[in-house]
Design a protein around this ligand. Structure first.
Ligand code: SAH
Length: 307
């Protein structure tokens, strides 16, 4: 009986603190609700969309509460069993981009919002969230930014409360207005140049596009038009893959992060790429296929710039 009372008390305290956080969210939920009531002229499709959002907002509160409770239990279990849950919050606070020893820049080019349906924009947002989490948990985070951040991508990101406070640089302008042209390298699987190593003070651009191959070669075409350097990851040097070699934004980001941490390309590919790609090693791991091994002139990104 007493136990039950304790549990209730704890829940009450937790609910009180959560109330403060959810207050803001509820306001936006109520505004949405009012909108649909005040706009009886909405088409069936628009109304369905508004209703879907209302439902989602309602559900979001519940999910958040459940997630917090789960995380609390996980922490308690780890404490009781001496299990490490990775870097502490305190350590993560110190591990910021400004303090980082890694000066490799990575930006996601978000200029493709109009080419994606809402579902794919949501997928892209999830991938960006994952990039952020990976970078935030890294001992030496890369210099991470989002460029052409606006329109649909921004609207979708706004579903994630507090994103403005993330340790990420948000730029409404395109990457070419932010970074010197000669310091930019566009990553694209269609490039004939192979990236052999990552360079500090360069900015690697990842195309913010989830297109299921419907805009094949678009980023490559744009990079050639803009006369900037471009290159592809050295996947075919290390892995025999049955599936196509176009990776998702978060996979590309994580591979860059692992290589920036000192892993070889091969190690990074094996760690990051999911099994469904049927990746097979070309070299055994023992033979160190380091990023410098393939530094032949024909392969080096910087010898062949605008082709
Ligand atoms: N059709 C799109 C594909 C988007 S995939 C295009 O035109 O690029 C998302 C992004 O991940 C790409 O724009 C590219 O920046 C990066 N990417 C995916 N696979 C890659 C690879 N093998 N090498 C380098 N970059 C890659």
């Amino acid at each position: 009986m007493d136990n039950q009372k304790d549990v209730n008390d704890i829940e009450k305290i937790e609910n009180n603190t959560q109330d403060v956080n959810t207050c803001e969210q509820k306001t936006s939920f109520n505004i949405d609700k009012k909108l649909s009531e005040l706009n009886p002229n909405l088409s069936k499709r628009q109304l369905k969309k508004v209703k879907k959002r209302e439902k989602w907002l309602e559900r979001k509160f519940e999910l958040r509460l459940r997630e917090r409770e789960k995380a609390r239990q996980k922490r308690a279990f780890a404490r009781a069993n001496n299990i490490s849950l990775g870097p502490s919050r305190k350590a993560l606070k110190r591990s910021t981009m400004a303090e980082s020893s890694c000066k490799i820049g990575v930006t996601i080019d978000l200029s493709f919002g109009d080419l994606m349906i809402d579902k794919d924009i949501a997928k892209l947002t999830k991938q960006i969230l994952r990039c952020y989490t990976l970078n935030r948990r890294a001992v030496a985070p890369m210099q991470f930014s989002l460029t052409s951040f606006g329109g649909k991508s921004k609207a979708d990101m706004q579903k994630h409360n507090g994103y403005e406070h993330w340790d990420v640089k948000f730029h409404a302008e395109p990457y070419l207005n932010i970074y010197p042209k000669e310091k930019v390298i566009y990553l694209t699987s269609e490039s004939e140049n192979i990236i052999t190593h990552l360079e500090h003070d360069y900015v690697y651009v990842i195309g913010g596009l989830v297109d299921h191959n419907s805009h094949k070669g678009l980023c490559h075409k744009l990079a050639v038009q803009a006369e900037i350097r471009h290159g592809r990851l050295p996947l075919d040097k290390f892995l025999r893959m049955k599936a196509r070699k176009v990776l998702t934004v978060d996979h590309v980001f994580e591979i860059l992060l692992r290589v920036s941490e000192g892993k070889t390309w091969q190690e990074a590919f094996l760690q990051v790429l999911p099994e469904r790609k049927n990746a097979q090693l070309i070299l055994p791991l023992g033979e160190k296929g380091t990023s410098d091994t393939y530094h032949k002139n024909t392969d080096v990104l910087h010898t062949n710039i605008y082709t």
